[in-house]
Write a protein that binds this ligand. Structure first.
Ligand SMILES: NC(=O)c1ccc[n+]([C@@H]2O[C@H](COP(=O)([O-])OP(=O)(O)OC[C@H]3O[C@@H](n4cnc5c(N)ncnc54)[C@H](OP(=O)(O)O)[C@@H]3O)[C@@H](O)[C@H]2O)c1
Length: 266
C-alpha cells in the first residue's frame, strides 16, 4: 500500500458549512493531503480567517456564500464554484443544524428548519455538484450523518429524521451515480464537542454518562474524523459506495453490561 491511495494533490474539495466546527476539521484534513478547497458559509466574511489558514498550507482556496435552504443560492454557488475551479472532485455535505426539544414541543417551523437544512439542502447541493461529476465520470460525495442516522434519541425527533434520511439518501444516490464513477457515502460522527453540542458538554454529569457508554472511553475530538474523511474522499475508497461509516468511539454498538460484577470474597 502506498500514500498515493490517500493523496489528493490536484483535486478540489468543496466542504459546506466551514465557518466553524466539524466542517473546518474536514477541510483541514483534506487540505493536508493536498486538496484545494471551496469553503462556504451564509456569511462569506466568516470564512476569512480559516481561508487564510488554509492558504498558508499552500492550497488554493475559494470562499463562497451558500444558504442550503435557498435553491437559488445553491445553484448560483455551484455555478460560481465551477467557474472558479473547473472541476470539483470531492463534496463534503456538512452544513447542518439542530433543534433539541421534547417531541411534544417541536413546532412546524422547527421541523422545517432542520429538515430543509439537513436533508433537502444536502440533496440539492449534491445534485448541483454531481451534474459536473457525472458528466466527467468522477466524484466523491460524502454526506454527513450521525449516530442518529441509525439510533433514536428523545429530544432529537426532527434531527434524527433528517439524519436517518441522509443515510437512506446516500444509498439511493449511490445507486444512481456510482455507475458514472461517483461514489456516495455517509460519514456518521458520534457526539463531538462543537457549538452544536455545547450545552451538553457544559454539563459534567452528562459527559460522565456519555463516556460510560463509549467503549473508546472518551468523547470524540474533531480530528478523530480526519482519517475517515480522507479515506472516503480518496482513491482508497474506490470500491466503497452507499455506506454509512460510524466514527463514534463505538457508542453505536449499544454498550450494556452483560456480566454481573464478581462478588468480593469475605
Ligand atoms: N458535532 C457533532 O457531534 C455532530 C455529530 C454528528 C453530525 N454532526 C453534523 O455535522 C455537521 C457539522 O456539525 P458542527 O457540530 O460542526 O455544527 P456547527 O458548529 O453548528 O456548524 C454548522 C455549519 O453549518 C452551516 N450552516 C448551518 N445552516 C446553514 C444553511 N442554512 N446554509 C448553509 N450553511 C449552513 C454553518 O455555517 P453559517 O452559519 O456560517 O452559514 C456552520 O458552518 C452538521 O451537519 C451536524 O449536524 C455533528
Amino acid at each position: 500500500m502506498s500514500n498515493e491511495l490517500f493523496d489528493l494533490s490536484g483535486q478540489v474539495a468543496m466542504v459546506t458549512g466551514t465557518s466553524r466546527g466539524l466542517g473546518q476539521y474536514f477541510a483541514r484534513a483534506l487540505a493536508k493531503v493536498g486538496a484545494d478547497l471551496i469553503l462556504t458559509s451564509r456569511k462569506r466574511e466568516t470564512l476569512d480567517s480559516f481561508a487564510a489558514e488554509m492558504s498558508a498550507l499552500g492550497r488554493r482556496v475559494v470562499s463562497l456564500e451558500l444558504d442550503v435552504r435557498d435553491h437559488a443560492s445553491i445553484q448560483s454557488m455551484a455555478a460560481a464554484a465551477e467557474a472558479a475551479v473547473g472541476q470539483i472532485h470531492i463534496l463534503v455535505n456538512n452544513a447542518g443544524c439542530n433543534v433539541r426539544k421534547p417531541a411534544l414541543d417541536v413546532t412546524w417551523d422547527d421541523w422545517n428548519l432542520v429538515l430543509d437544512t439537513n436533508l433537502r439542502g444536502s440533496f440539492f447541493v449534491a445534485q448541483a455538484i454531481a451534474r459536473g461529476m457525472v458528466a466527467r465520470g468522477y466524484g466523491r460525495i460524502i454526506n454527513i450523518g450521525s449516530v442518529t442516522s441509525v439510533f433514536g434519541y428523545a429530544g432529537l425527533a426532527p434531527y434524527g429524521a433528517s439524519r436517518g434520511g441522509i443515510r437512506q439518501l446516500t444509498m439511493s444516490l449511490a445507486d444512481d451515480w456510482s455507475p458514472h464513477g461517483v461514489t456516495v457515502n455517509c460519514l456518521a460522527p458520534g457526539w463531538f464537542k462543537t457549538s452544536q453540542n455545547r450545552v451538553m458538554y457544559e454539563d459534567p454529569e452528562w459527559v460522565e454518562y456519555l463516556v460510560e457508554r463509549i467503549p473508546a472511553n472518551r468523547p470524540g475530538m474533531p480530528n478523530d474524523l480526519d482519517g475517515a474523511v480522507v479515506f472516503l474522499a480518496s482513491e482508497a475508497s474506490r470500491y466503497v459506495t452507499g455506506q454509512t461509516l460510524l466514527v463514534d468511539g463505538g457508542i453505536s454498538i449499544g454498550r450494556t453490561r452483560a456480566m454481573v460484577k464478581p462478588k468480593e470474597k469475605d
